[in-house]
Design a protein around this ligand. Structure first.
Ligand SMILES: O=P(O)(O)OC[C@H]1O[C@H](OP(=O)(O)OP(=O)(O)O)[C@H](O)[C@@H]1O
Ligand SMILES: O=c1cc[nH]c(=O)[nH]1
Ligand SMILES: [Mg+2]
Length: 224
């Protein structure tokens, strides 16, 4: 198993996840490679969630030759993936390779970077929310590659909690997290399990994760 439990989060420690993230961090990685890297990382994280957090059950299987016992992952049809626009889009594309039958939700959320941070938090604008029905059997994965101050994720989770009629598990999945963001989300939404590939050192004065990988949305969508 390549998920390591820590006090602040569960770390996805698969070697390929670390390799892919290191390529994403590289300032020389251009748009197409960056976007493909996020897709790949999403796929790896999806497989790791299945391996580390979901159960299997034994089932009878009739092969062309005889009956045997196989093993199937339980609950693959009861997965909800929430795409936090915009940077999560390629990350979610990868997750869907692991969970092809997931129900999908979309929440468009952005930090007001002109307003800036106050007490370590950004004002968040939510423009659009479209969620599927979420119920007690569902494993919910809220995906956003960057968890910086945690302001966006707290706002997003507020909508998820308002609309969900219970859930089996609620995972917040990010590629890179800052310590402040992990603390904010776990204090404000204790029912969420935080999964991340890396926990970086700190935030800079503009709320960017250091060393981080820069602005994930801008690099994937080439808006700089
Ligand atoms: O933890 P926080 O301090 O809230 O920062 C993290 C958020 O910032 C980025 O989105 P951004 O606002 O840049 O929007 P984008 O996806 O459209 O680029 C990132 O994808 C997160 O959603
Ligand atoms: O470092 C950061 C912080 C917020 N959003 C990003 O894309 N990168
Ligand atoms: Mg951005």
């Amino acid at each position: 198993m390549t998920i390591e439990d820590r006090d602040d989060a569960h770390l996805i420690t698969h070697a390929l996840a670390k390799d892919t993230l290191s390529r994403l961090r590289d300032v020389e990685t251009e748009q197409v490679a960056f976007r493909k890297g996020l897709v790949k990382l999403g796929r790896i994280c999806g497989y790791e969630i299945i391996d580390g957090a979901m159960e299997t059950e034994y089932v009878p299987v009739e092969t062309p030759l005889e009956e045997t016992t196989g093993e199937r992952v339980r609950g693959l049809d009861d997965v909800v993936i929430i795409n936090v626009l915009r940077a999560a889009t390629p990350f979610v594309e990868g997750l869907l390779k692991a969970f092809p039958r997931a129900k999908q939700g979309v929440i468009s959320a952005g930090r007001d970077e002109e307003a800036g941070m106050t007490d370590g938090e950004f004002p968040i604008t939510i423009d659009y929310v479209k969620l599927p029905e979420i119920g007690p059997d569902d494993t919910v994965i809220v995906a956003d590659p960057m968890l910086a101050t945690g302001s966006t994720m707290c706002a997003v989770l507020g909508h998820v909690l308002d609309e969900a009629d219970g859930f089996e598990d609620l995972f917040v999945l990010s590629a890179v997290s800052a310590p402040d963001g992990l603390v904010r989300v776990s204090e404000q939404v204790p029912e969420a399990d935080l999964l991340t590939v890396a926990i970086d050192d700190r935030l800079d004065d503009d709320g960017f994760i250091v060393p981080g990988l820069g602005d994930a949305g801008d690099r994937a969508f080439r808006t700089v």
